[in-house]
Each structure stands twice: as structure tokens, then as C-alpha cells.
Ligand binder design. Sequence first.
Ligand code: UT7
Length: 324
Amino acid sequence: MSAGAKLMGIGVHRASRVVPNSEIVDRINSTDEWIRTRSGIVERRWANDEETVEFMATNAAREAIAKAGIDGSQIDLVIIATVTHFLQTPSLATKIAHAVGSTGAAFDISAACAGFCHGIALARDAIKGGTSTYALVIGVERLSDITDTDDRGTAFIFADGAGAAIVGPSETDDIGPVVWGSDGGNYDLIRQKEDWMELVTSDSPGIPHLVMDGNPVFRWAVFTMAKVAQETLQKSGINADDLDVFLPHQANLRIVDALARAVHLPERVQVADDIIHNGNTSAASIPLALHAMLADGRAKSGDKALMIAFGAGLSYAAQVVTVP
Ligand code: UT7
């Protein structure tokens, strides 16, 4: 058992192909201007053939392990959040555990864009409860595989990449209690269009594309996540003035800005904006954003950060963490 848990290291894999808006717009009768003003996205990154979810997750994991200063064999829990590992079984997590030298418990979770924060919550509770000492939590997606490039509502948003964190024991609560939940009444707002059985038995089998009713999701996110953010701060016993970094899921820069205003963040708080150059990478977006902010100095070790993620389900999870 440990009094608390902490983030010890963050690692990423950024997909290699940079895709500017100009490459997307013609097929969906859109413009660079529309995409920038409505979503904040200037370009996104899509994986090449070599950059499978396994490849990207392993690279991100190795960097996180090196940064944490532990050996892969010390990891006794591996949790992978993804919706783009196309084998229903076995999990991607067992494969990645093996790749990094761990024989720990390993499983995948499906909580879409909120998956990374769910994984951090599970790892924190396992460490505090004494069933894990070092956990590896990864968010990884190849959303370009399930994006319909002719769909005006999604073609410009989704992207690929991986982000990983090592979670370990701490004498203080450097990962605060999670606030999480779901709104299954809105189950259909973001979803895979067809299930696998429908696809394989169809006359023209194809890719299970994602569909999204963006505007209601947008309104839900701004309204509901503002309350979730306040509740998360309260549960951690702090207020917005105590924060240094704001790390919301990179779904849309307008949602990020609206939440920052709703939470009354002081001007000095650094706000993640990774979506501008990386698009919406779902479960990978928060660790990718944190990694970028650590690299350019906007986030520093010891900073207090509020992570808040939301997406298909609809599902959400949020917690306050100390930046490693
Ligand atoms: O990561 C998981 C969680 N996901 C999210 O949180 C995503 C939340 N949703 C969003 O980010 C936004 O809803 C979008 C960026 C997807 C769309 O922005 P919006 O401001 O909600 O646009 P809208 O769907 O309300 O459409 C506004 C207008 C419409 O035209 P009219 O009816 O006003 O003439 C659409 O036909 O924009 C038009 N439109 C487009 N125009 C150019 C819709 N899509 C496009 C497009 N290019 N791609």
C-alpha cells in the first residue's frame, strides 16, 4: 500500500505524416479558414504503414519508462486505452507489457477520448490499494484508419499518436481522486457506424467508420465538463488559483477556451493547445499535450495540472495531478 501515487514519466510517439488542412478540404467542401476557426486545427498527424498502434504504444512506453528511471520488469500493471486496436482479443496491453519486459497484469479499456484519464485513475487506485507498485498507462489511437475522409463532420478532426505515463508510489497524493461518469442517454452521438457482425455480413464489407453529431457533443462538453472541472478541483481540495497547467482533452480549441473561461483560470495558467498541430488523437491527446508543454517549458516538474477528458459514450474522467 502507498499513501499516494504520482506520475513519474511521460513518453510519446507522434505519427510521422503531417497533414495540412489543404489536403482535407476539397473532399469535404470545406476551407482552411472554416477548420481553423471552428476547431483550431491547422494540421494533424497521421500514421504511416509502419506506425501501427503496437509500434506507437511501444515507443511511447519506452520513453516514459526511461524518463521514470525504472526498468520495464518493475511494471506490474499495464493499462491501454484505445478504440483502434482491431483485435477484440487478446488485448494490446499484454503485447506491450511483453515488449517492455513486464509480466504484470495487462488489459485494454474502452472509454474513447476519456480513456487515458480512466487508466490513470485505475492505476492510482491500484497503487494506493497495494495491488500495484509501478503501472504503465497508455493512450494510443490510429483514428485515420476509421475516419471517413468524405465525411464533413469528422474528416478534419481525428488524428493518430500515442502517449504513455508511468504511475508509481508517492508519500503524497500527487494524483488526486478522479471525478468520472457517463451519459449513456447520448450513446449515439459519437460511435462506430456499424458493428463488426454487420460489416462482415454486409454485401460490401468495409471499414467501421466513426460518425459524430458534433454540435450536441460540443454543447454537452462545454456545459457538463465545466461542472466536472469544478467538482474535480473541490475533491482535490484546491481551487483554480492553485493550478499551473490546464490539460483538457484536445477535442476542439473552442471547447478548451470555453472550459478555461468557465473554470475562471488565472491568466498565468498554461493551457494545452496541442490540437492546433496534432488534431484530435482521442485517448492519446492529454499525454501528447503534456509532453509538448514539458518540452517547451510551459509545464514544469512540480506544477499542478487539471486533466479532464470526455468523448464517446458519452464518458468522462478528470483528476488533478502533479507534473512529473
Ligand atoms: O473527441 C471526442 C469529443 N468530440 C468533441 O468534443 C467534438 C465536439 N464538436 C466539435 O468540435 C464541433 O461540433 C465541430 C468542429 C465538429 C463542428 O463545429 P460546429 O461549430 O458545431 O459546426 P456545426 O456542425 O454546427 O455546423 C455549422 C455550419 C453548418 O452550416 P449552416 O447550417 O450554418 O449553413 C454546417 O453545414 O458549418 C457547416 N459545416 C461545415 N462547413 C465547412 C459543417 N461541417 C463543415 C465543414 N466545412 N467541415
